[in-house]
Design a protein around this ligand. Structure first.
Ligand code: FE2
Ligand code: FE2
Length: 299
């Protein structure tokens, strides 16, 4: 594979029909979510139309964390939304629609669509949380971009399952990351493919930029990215991806040991003390998230 952009356009077009189309609801969610003035009722309209998001919202609100012991079951969407708050409701809606994208795919070994999805949710949570920690006002975008960053892996699986599974085995055998094997063995690159998919979906250009560059540390090599905020968003997701792998939350397909990028830390002005503080905060957030993830994976 020569990895020209025509190759990726070809793969995406030959996957048409096999690759799930972007759930309609997600397209709407992405648009609404990037609007800071969005009202709860706009999200409510979307949730009402999607039974899986609807039931997921009720499942989460009825956990001890939100309902409180001894209280009767919450059964109305209005009550659920009131209790959960806008932030949580938006995330449940996004997570659920991405899970539907992943379901139906078959992986081998210890790699499953659910573990890749769990990895993606982990990166989403970490990215949004890191954005907040840094007072970077793009945490909603960081969440969506984190959730979709590895969509190219799902597409690779759909395109050629046997090849991709062999590739993952090879990476694990050699102790390399999946991205490293892609580069050294001229395999289909999940970053380029993911960006092409985001482009074909016509969703936010931020998602496309993050999918495209989430393994490129050098800002000068991220062609066509000009705005400093977009570079910063890519850095945030890239760093969160490494953190989530270090913490071993979910599985992105390989067991390669991650090294956290010191140059990204310098650029984002994260000191070693900040890093320790942030990791503690993140671990607590992921603990709660774990419960919600297992609820969603339970059919
Ligand atoms: Fe990746
Ligand atoms: Fe990843």
């Amino acid at each position: 594979m020569k990895n020209t952009s025509e190759d990726y356009v070809f793969i995406v077009s030959s996957l048409k029909g096999q690759l799930p189309s972007l759930p309609l609801v997600m397209d709407e969610l992405m648009t609404i979510i990037s609007d800071p003035n969005v009202a709860l009722y706009a999200i409510k309209d979307i949730i009402k139309m999607d039974p899986s998001i609807y039931s997921q919202t009720l499942k989460v609100v009825n956990t001890v964390q939100y309902r409180g012991e001894g209280e009767s079951r919450i059964t109305s969407l209005d009550d659920a939304m009131q209790r959960l708050g806008l932030e949580k409701v938006k995330r449940i809606a996004l997570n659920t629609s991405v899970l539907t994208l992943f379901s139906g795919a078959e992986f081998t070994n210890n790699f499953s669509p659910e573990t890749l999805w769990t990895h993606s949710v982990g990166v989403a949570v970490a990215s949004a949380s890191l954005a907040d920690f840094l007072h970077f006002p793009m945490s909603d975008q960081a969440y969506s971009c984190g959730l979709i960053h590895d969509i190219g892996k799902l597409a690779k699986l759909k395109y050629d399952q046997q090849n991709f599974c062999e590739e993952l085995n090879k990476a694990n055998e050699l102790g390399l990351s999946n991205f490293h094997t892609e580069m050294t063995h001229q395999k289909i690159r999940h970053d380029l493919l993911g960006a092409q998919i985001a482009n074909s979906w016509g969703i936010s250009p931020l998602v496309e930029a993050v999918a495209r560059w989430h393994h490129e540390e050098d800002r000068s090599k991220r062609t066509e990215v000009e705005e400093p905020d977009i570079h910063k968003l890519i850095d945030v997701v890239q760093f969160s991806n490494s953190l989530i792998k270090e913490i071993k939350f979910g599985n992105s397909g390989h067991s390669h040991k991650e090294v956290l990028s010191r140059s990204i830390m310098r650029r984002l002005k994260i000191s070693e003390e900040d890093l320790d503080e942030f990791k503690e905060k993140l671990k607590n957030e992921l603990e709660t998230e774990k419960e919600h993830i297992s609820l969603m994976n339970r059919k």
